[in-house]
Write a protein that binds this ligand. Structure first.
Ligand code: SF4
Length: 355
C-alpha cells in the first residue's frame, strides 16, 4: 500500500467505541451491547461538530449508539426497502427498469445510527456485499435498458481513487449503454477531506456524473463541507442531496428550511426527504407519516419550489418509492376544486381539444 491520503489517515484516528468519549449524553447507556450488534465509527472531524454542552445534541444523536437500538418492534425489518428481495446478481439490486444499484462495499467512514442498511451492513455473512463484481458486470452487460448505475454501499467513496477509477473504466467497458453514473455518499458530510481533485478525476469524465450526498442538519454544512461541494460543482458534477426525516434531529420545518436554503446557496438541490424506513434498530428516529406531512407542508411557500425535496416513502418489500407529501387539492365535483392556499375555489374550464 502506498502513502495514505489525508482522509485515510484521518479515518485511522476515528473513534471506534463510545468508551473513548466523555460527555453527559442521556442515550449512551448500554452502548457496549449495542456496539456488539451495530458497529460504532465516528471520524474526529464529525465529533468536532457536536455541541458537548447539549445532552440532546442532534449531531451526537446521529453518531452515538443508543440503548434504543436494541428495542425492536414486531414491524421492524432487517431489509426495509427490499435490497435483497430485488437482488439480481451478487452486489446488484435491480428495482426499476432503467436503473440498478451496485453495492460496492459495506464500509462507511461513520456508522450513522439511523442507517436503513444497518442490519445488512453489520452481518457477518455480508449477503448484500459478498461476491466478485464479475456477475454484476455480466448482468449489466445483458440488460441494455439500464441507463443509470447507482454506486452505493456502504459508501462507495471508501474505495481508493485507483479502485474507483478502475471501477468506472470497467463499467464503461462492459456496459457502454450506461449513460449516467450516480454516487450515493455521505463522505462530504462525515469526512469532507475525502473530496479531493484526485477523487474528482477518478469518478468523472466517462459518464454524466451525479453525486447524491446526505446532509440531514444545517450544522453539517461546515466550511470544509462547503469546500468539498464547491470542488464537485466546479468539475461540472450535478450534486443532489437526500435527507431522512429524523426524530430529535431535523423534525421541524424550521430546521429543514434552514438546511435546504443553505444547500441551495451551495448549488446543491434537495432531492428527497425520506420518511424513516421500518429498519430494526432505528425505530426511535421515526415520526408518523402525519407528523412528517405537516412538517413538509409547512415548507411550501417559504422556499423556492426547487429547494423543496419530494417527501417519499420507500415501500417495504422493494416495490420502490412513493411520494407522500402534499394534500393541496380537494375535488368538489363538477370540475370544481378547493385549493389549499386560503381555501380558494378553482373551476377547471372545459377543455377544447380536437374531437
Ligand atoms: S453513510 Fe449512509 S450507508 Fe453509511 S452508515 Fe451512514 S446512512 Fe448508512
Amino acid at each position: 500500500m502506498g502513502m495514505l491520503q489525508a482522509w485515510q489517515s484521518e479515518l485511522k484516528e476515528a473513534v471506534r467505541s463510545l468508551a473513548e468519549i466523555e460527555g453527559d449524553y442521556a442515550f449512551l447507556r448500554d452502548y457496549p451491547a449495542v456496539e456488539e450488534k451495530f458497529r460504532t465509527l465516528v471520524p474526529r472531524y464529525y465529533l468536532g461538530l457536536i455541541d458537548r454542552a447539549d445532552p440532546r445534541d442532534p449531531i451526537a444523536r446521529m453518531a452515538f449508539a443508543s440503548s434504543e437500538e436494541l428495542r425492536v418492534s414486531p414491524t421492524a425489518l432487517r431489509d426495509p426497502i427490499g435490497d435483497l428481495a430485488r437482488k439480481a446478481a451478487p452486489r446488484l439490486t435491480h428495482r426499476y427498469p432503467d436503473r440498478a444499484l451496485l453495492h460496492t462495499t459495506n464500509l462507511c467512514p461513520m456508522y450513522c445510527r439511523f442507517c436503513f442498511r444497518k442490519n445488512l451492513m453489520n452481518e457477518k455473512d455480508e449477503e448484500l456485499y459478498s461476491g466478485s463484481f464479475e456477475e454484476a458486470f455480466a448482468y449489466l452487460a445483458a440488460h441494455m435498458g439500464i441507463e443509470e448505475l447507482i454506486l452505493t454501499g456502504g459508501d462507495p467513496w471508501m474505495l481508493s481513487d485507483d479502485k474507483l477509477a478502475a471501477l468506472v473504466e470497467e463499467i464503461a467497458r462492459r456496459a457502454p449503454h450506461v449513460r449516467r453514473l450516480r454516487f450515493h455518499t455521505r463522505m462530504p458530510v462525515t469526512l469532507p477531506s475525502r473530496v479531493t481533485a484526485d477523487l474528482v478525476r477518478a469518478i468523472s469524465g466517462r459518464f454524466q456524473t451525479f453525486v447524491v450526498t446526505h446532509f440531514n442538519h444545517p450544522r453539517e454544512l461546515t466550511e470544509q463541507a462547503r469546500n468539498g461541494l464547491a470542488l464537485l460543482r466546479g468539475a461540472g458534477i450535478t450534486v443532489l442531496n437526500q435527507s431522512v426525516l429524523l426524530k430529535g434531529v431535523n423534525d421541524s420545518a424550521r430546521v429543514l428550511r434552514d438546511l435546504y436554503r443553505r444547500l441551495g446557496n451551495e448549488g446543491v438541490l434537495p432531492y428527497y426527504l425520506h420518511h424513516c424506513d421500518l429498519v430494526a434498530g432505528a425505530e426511535h428516529f421515526r415520526l408518523s407519516i402525519d407528523e412528517g406531512r405537516k412538517i413538509w407542508t409547512e415548507l411550501r411557500g417559504t422556499l423556492s419550489g426547487y429547494l423543496i425535496p419530494e417527501y417519499i416513502l420507500d415501500t417495504p418489500g422493494g416495490w420502490g418509492k412513493v411520494p407522500i407529501g402534499g394534500d393541496f387539492v380537494s375535488e368538489l365535483g363538477a370540475g370544481a376544486y378547493e385549493l389549499a392556499r386560503g381555501g380558494v375555489e378553482y373551476r377547471d374550464p372545459p377543455t377544447t381539444g380536437r374531437q
